[in-house]
Design a protein around this ligand. Structure first.
Ligand SMILES: NC(=O)c1ccc[n+]([C@@H]2O[C@H](COP(=O)([O-])OP(=O)(O)OC[C@H]3O[C@@H](n4cnc5c(N)ncnc54)[C@H](O)[C@@H]3O)[C@@H](O)[C@H]2O)c1
Length: 264
C-alpha cells in the first residue's frame, strides 16, 4: 500500500485487460490515475470502479494513433491532478489475420501496427516528458512483448514494432536520465486478456501454456505488479531495461522441449 503515494499516472489503453489491472493496482498504491482509451464508456467504467474502491481515477477517450488526442490526454491529467510522474504507453497490438508472414502481410496493417505500437509510444513520451521533468523526474513504462525479442511465423509487423519499442525505451532512458526520468519496457508473454482470447484458439493457448516453464498462463495482474514496481521508487536505479514477464516462455532454448523427452 502507498508505494505510489502523491504520484500521478497516465495509462493509454487502460480500460481493458492489462491496462485496466495496472490502473486499479496503481490507484490502490495511492496514485491518481488518468485512464485513456478508445472506448470512452469502458474508460469511465474502469475509473468509476477505482473511485468506488476509494482510489482516484478519471477515464477519458483517447485515440493513441492521433498526436493531438494523446497530447490532450496528458494535458488533462495535469489539469485534473496537478502534475505527472508516470506515463504508461500501453496501447498496442496488431490484427493477426492481416499481420502474417512477410510476403503475405497486408502493408496497410504494417503501417497501422507501427503507428499503434511505436508512434503512439513516441508521441505519448513526447507529451509526458516536459511534465515529468517539471515534476523533478518519474517513470515512463512502455509495453513491449516477447514477440519483440525473437522471430515467429506470424505477426512480423507486431514483432518488429515491439522490438522498436524496446530500443526506443533505451533511447529515452539515455536522453532524459540526467533529469531523473527513468524509462523501462515490459515484455509480457501470453496473458489471459480479451485480446488473447479473441485472437487465439483454445488449442493455440494450450500449446503456449506448454512452452511456459511455469504451468499456467499469466493474468493481467502479473504485468500490473511489474508496472507498479517500475513506477515506484523501489526501482529508482533501474532504467533502460526490458523486464520480461512471461512464465519462463523465453527462458529456455528452442530445442529444450526435444531434450526434455530424452529424460524419459
Ligand atoms: N495479452 C497478451 O497476451 C499480451 C502479450 C504481450 C503484449 N501485450 C501488449 O499489452 C498491451 C495491451 O494488451 P491487452 O491484451 O491488455 O489488450 P486489450 O485488448 O485487453 O486492451 C486493449 C485496450 O486498448 C484500447 N485501444 C485499442 N486501440 C486504441 C487506440 N488507438 N487508442 C486508445 N486505446 C486503444 C482498447 O479499447 C482496449 O481497451 C498491448 O500493447 C499488447 O501488445 C499483450
Amino acid at each position: 500500500m502507498n508505494r505510489l503515494e502523491n504520484k500521478v499516472a497516465v495509462i493509454t489503453g487502460g480500460a481493458s485487460g492489462i491496462g485496466r489491472a495496472a490502473a486499479a493496482m496503481m490507484a490502490a498504491e495511492g496514485a491518481a490515475v488518468m485512464i485513456g482509451d478508445l472506448d470512452q464508456d469502458k474508460a469511465a467504467q474502469a475509473a468509476a470502479e477505482i473511485t468506488e474502491a476509494g482510489g482516484r481515477a478519471v477515464g477519458r477517450a483517447v485515440n493513441a494513433m492521433e498526436e493531438e488526442s494523446l497530447h490532450g490526454l496528458v494535458e488533462s491529467a495535469v489539469e485534473e491532478f496537478g502534475s505527472l510522474h508516470i506515463m504508461c504507453n500501453h496501447v498496442g497490438g496488431s490484427n493477426p489475420r492481416k499481420d502474417l508472414d512477410l510476403l503475405r502481410m497486408d502493408m496497410a496493417e504494417f503501417d497501422r501496427t507501427m503507428a499503434l505500437n511505436v508512434r503512439s509510444t513516441v508521441v505519448g513520451s513526447r507529451a509526458a516528458l516536459p511534465h515529468i521533468i517539471a515534476a523533478g523526474g518519474g517513470s515512463i513504462i512502455n509495453t513491449a512483448s516477447v514477440a519483440g525479442i525473437s522471430g515467429d511465423f506470424l505477426q512480423a509487423a507486431y514483432g518488429t514494432a515491439k522490438a522498436a519499442v524496446i530500443r526506443l525505451t533505451q533511447y529515452i532512458a539515455t536522453q532524459y536520465g540526467e533529469q531523473y526520468v527513468r524509462c523501462n519496457a515490459i515484455a509480457p508473454g501470453a496473458i489471459m486478456t480479451p485480446a488473447l482470447r479473441d485472437n487465439l484458439s483454445e488449442d493455440v493457448i494450450e500449446s503456449i501454456r506448454g512452452h511456459n516453464s511455469l504451468p499456467f498462463i499469466g493474468a493481467p495482474e502479473d504485468i500490473a505488479a511489474a508496472m507498479v514496481f517500475l513506477a515506484s521508487d523501489e526501482s529508482r536505479y533501474i532504467t533502460g531495461q526490458l523486464l520480461t514477464v512471461d512464465g519462463g516462455m523465453s527462458s529456455h532454448s528452442a530445442i529444450a522441449d526435444g531434450r526434455r523427452s530424452m529424460l524419459s
